[in-house]
Design a protein around this ligand. Structure first.
Ligand SMILES: N[C@@H](CCC(=O)N[C@@H](CS)C(=O)NCC(=O)O)C(=O)O
Length: 226
């Protein structure tokens, strides 16, 4: 084992296109934590026995910190905040904690089901018309909720402090235009996404158009199982 390998104790299992992984990736970068990225293609490598030992639900992201393993992206974020508290992405007062948690949960509960339907439509996987209408409505409700929770004179959801609300919702909302939904009607959301896109952590983790194009077959295979 080289010195470098010995020092880097965190292994981060991810895929370039995964929004669930991107929120962890951004957090690792924002907290300046050294880590070893381990790329999965999700072309079946997530079903390999060694990976299933890390996550029996065959999902990335997974984080292994020495002999401690954690999966589920929000649990990973909580772990990183507790273990590496500086800089902190969780406020301390009751209202702000509630706001950050609500935005995290709205993001992970409301956006993925709608995104799956819209991705199916884009990739020609069978999906009912009524589900597409419902998915667009869910997206609009979530985007309006984010719009109502942003202030035009503040950078982030909780004033000037970057929090997990921005990291979780911001990495997910940045991908919504790829599904053919414009952020333009939501002026505060658009400005907030622009601000986030200026951050080095966002720039380092954004997938290129070429990567998105190349991943179509893998994504289609995953969507057909859903
Ligand atoms: N609730 C999980 C969701 C993880 C998830 O769905 N990961 C996707 C990539 S975005 C995955 O690994 N899919 C592979 C598969 O379904 O086999 C989390 O937040 O970590």
């Amino acid at each position: 084992m080289s010195c470098q390998e010995f020092l880097i104790m965190i292994k981060f299992y991810y895929s370039r296109l995964s929004i669930n992984a991107r929120r962890v990736w951004v957090t690792l970068l924002e907290k300046n934590i050294e880590f070893e990225p381990i790329l999965l293609k999700l072309n079946g490598d997530q079903f390999q026995p060694d990976f299933l030992k890390l996550n029996p639900f065959h999902h990335i992201p997974v984080l292994v910190d020495r002999d401690f393993r954690v999966f589920e992206s929000l649990a990973i974020l909580d772990y990183l905040e507790a273990k590496y508290p500086e800089p902190s992405f969780m406020p301390t007062n009751a209202e702000d904690i509630a706001k950050v948690r609500t935005i995290e949960l709205v993001t992970v509960n409301e956006l993925p089901p709608a995104s799956i339907v819209l991705m199916k439509e884009m990739l020609d996987v069978a999906v009912e018309e009524q589900k597409i209408v419902q998915a667009k409505q869910s997206m609009a409700t979530a985007l309006q909720y984010f719009e109502d929770n942003l202030a035009s004179d503040k950078l982030y959801f909780v004033g000037e402090q970057l929090t997990y609300a921005d990291i979780v919702a911001g990495t997910a909302v940045a991908a919504i235009p790829n599904l053919g939904i414009s952020l333009e009607p939501y002026s505060k959301v658009s400005k907030w996404v622009e601000n986030l896109n200026q951050r080095s952590s966002w720039q380092q983790t954004v997938p290129s158009a070429e990567e998105i194009e190349k991943s179509r077959a893998v994504m289609k295979a995953i969507l057909q199982r859903r």
